[in-house]
Design a protein around this ligand. Structure first.
Ligand code: FO1
Length: 325
């Protein structure tokens, strides 16, 4: 089966690592696959008068090779002169660092939005600066922001995530503006024309879940003839990084590779997945998942570098082919 048109649903940090590995794999073949990334925009916010889009930026910077690999977000070689001024003026959030280079991106994006460009056109303009080797699409052009319901009221996801470090119990997640949102131009088409759809090992609740919540996207994923294969963000009962476990607990899903797959659901049972990759330590979930209609395989899932991630992506594509047959 052809796998030359690949769509990836992705959040920020984990998604960026996965897409970089998939791109490494694609570059090895004679006719490299066309990779389209549908990115989560639920973390987006207005701050200091600028539109900040964390997951799109993590993907853009990581694929451009200019991201800060240790932190997982922001630019390498960053400086903080402007953010010190913003803090001195009491503008923005002192605990949400906007570096000077990063601010260049937010100023450029805000200027283009102000000129009337939709977010998808802004992403195209900004990414044109670097040969990413993939097409990057926001899930929607409309502002749909994830807020966290807590006993102290609602917090923007980034305030909950960064200021409280997700320490304030999340009673639930709300996507503000989702009712009137539509999939960004090209998203439905990419999914419908795909040979394979991959679900990156991103946060199942606030990244993948947010993408799936955009009207039209879940329907396209059900209609497409492409097999949908996901990669578990949980290894051995814990999330690889970030606080996805807190998000899963908040919606009553166990932090377990099998539980996340069942949460996404089996395609034959009106769910998302045809296939699911778990790490070797979670091999015990393979049979139960297969019995539930999700073809599962156990392979090494630690994305230590592009090489190991490329192997992981190859395993996902191989599972997609076997599901298709
Ligand atoms: N994460 C932090 O932990 N601390 C920060 O100060 C911070 C600033 C920041 C600025 C721009 C941006 O695009 C991302 C930023 N992040 C920061 C990361 C952000 O919370 C994550 O990228 C995602 O939203 C969660 O995966």
């Amino acid at each position: 089966m052809a796998t030359d048109r690949i769509v990836v649903l992705a959040g920020g940090v984990g998604g960026a690592k996965f897409v970089r590995g998939l791109r490494t794999l694609a570059r090895r073949t004679s006719s490299p696959a066309a990779i389209t990334v549908v990115a989560n925009t639920g973390d987006d916010l207005w701050l200091a008068g600028l539109r900040v889009t964390p997951d799109l930026d993590s993907l853009m910077y990581a694929l451009a090779g200019v991201n800060d690999d240790e932190r997982g977000w922001g630019r390498a070689g960053e400086s903080l002169r402007v953010s010190a001024e913003l803090t001195a003026y009491g503008v923005g959030w002192p605990w949400f660092t906007l570096g000077d280079l990063d601010l260049g991106t937010h100023i450029a994006r805000s200027a283009l939005l102000k000129e009337g460009l939709p977010l998808s056109a802004v992403v195209e303009r900004l990414t044109a600066r670097w040969p990413l080797g993939v097409r990057l699409l926001p899930a929607t052009d409309q502002e749909v922001e994830t807020h966290v319901v807590t006993a102290e009221g609602e917090l923007h996801f980034e305030e909950w995530w960064v200021r409280t470090r997700a320490a304030v119990p999340a009673l639930g997640f709300v996507q503000h503006g989702v009712e009137t949102a539509t999939a960004a131009p090209g998203v439905r088409e990419a999914i419908m024309e795909a040979d394979v759809v991959l679900v990156a090992p991103s946060n199942p609740v606030v990244s993948i879940g947010t993408i799936l919540g955009i009207p039209g996207i879940r329907a396209a994923l059900r209609e497409t003839s492409a097999p949908v294969v996901g990669v578990s963000p949980v290894i051995g009962g814990s999330v690889v990084r970030g606080m996805g476990d807190v998000c899963l607990t908040a919606i009553g899903v166990a932090t377990d590779a099998g539980a996340v797959a069942l949460h996404y659901g089996a395609r034959p049972a009106a769910g998302l997945l045809d296939g699911w990759l778990v790490d070797d330590v979670d091999a015990a979930t393979v049979d139960p998942l297969t019995a539930a209609g999700i073809a599962a395989r156990a392979v090494p899932l630690w994305m230590t570098d592009d090489e190991t991630t490329a192997r992981m992506a190859a395993a996902a594509l191989s599972l997609a082919r076997s599901v298709r047959e």
